[in-house]
Design a protein around this ligand. Structure first.
Ligand code: 5RP
Length: 225
């Protein structure tokens, strides 16, 4: 009695979602990711007085939330680049490399991240790992190539791909989640997986890691660069 209860995961996500506002300024073109942590960020953005030039979104789900908050959503082709990209992660290591795609938005996330000057990753402390791979690695695949790609992934990685049944990406593709990986060279595996014909993108974000990590912990937000 008398002690505050330990912060749950959602409270930590909210904390970093709000902390990310520090990186957003009036007049910016903002890249916005996908997921529950980003939803807290959108909520904080909507409540702020920040006047953006506009936003580029990585999913239909985030676009809907942004529009509901009266934030103009532009196509990346019209926006050209984003000043800052704010997004969550399923895992992040100390080199700010990530696994993403738990929400199946990895391809658009990778595109918007690539077209952004600064990538700010927002995550609760449970996402920080020494080695990526405990979280099953999402791979977006052209539907007709699903079993071929799955066999190639087994040969390349020794991991076990699992078809994410009932999920179709915003691009009309399917997701294989690869279990049992320990990703000691994320840049190489990211590159190698992309060479399999039929793979659209994989969820390793190592070639373009985050520039800043805001990690939500019970002791406050920890920033790494
Ligand atoms: C969606 C993602 C998300 O950033 C990732 O799944 C983290 O989600 P959450 O913030 O809900 O924990 O990559 O494709």
């Amino acid at each position: 009695m008398g002690y505050p209860p330990p912060m749950d995961q959602n409270a930590l996500k909210k904390q970093v979602g709000e902390a990310a506002l520090k990186y957003v300024r009036d007049g910016m073109m903002l890249g916005v990711g996908t997921g529950s942590t980003v939803n807290f960020f959108i909520e904080a953005l909507a409540a702020s007085r920040i006047q953006l030039k506009g936003a580029v979104s990585s999913s239909e789900a985030s676009s809907q939330r942004l529009r509901a908050a009266k934030i103009e959503v532009l196509e990346l082709n019209d926006a050209t680049t984003c000043d800052v990209y704010i997004d969550g992660a399923d895992e992040v290591d100390r080199g700010l490399r990530m696994i993403k795609g738990g929400g199946a938005a990895l391809t658009r996330e990778k595109i918007v991240a690539a077209a952004s000057r600064q990538f700010v990753c927002i995550a609760d402390g449970s996402k920080l790992v020494d080695v990526l791979g405990k979280f099953p690695l999402p791979v977006e695949v052209i539907p007709m190539a699903r079993s071929y790609v799955a066999r190639e992934i087994v040969t390349l990685t020794g991991g076990q791909p699992e078809y994410r049944i009932g999920v179709k990406t915003d691009n009309g593709n399917v997701i294989l989640d690869v279990h049992g990986l320990s990703i000691t060279d994320p840049v190489k595996l990211e590159t190698d997986l992309n060479q399999i014909t039929g793979v659209v993108t994989n969820g390793i974000f190592a070639r373009r890691p985050a520039d800043v990590l805001l990690l939500g912990t019970p002791d406050g937000v920890k920033t790494s660069k």
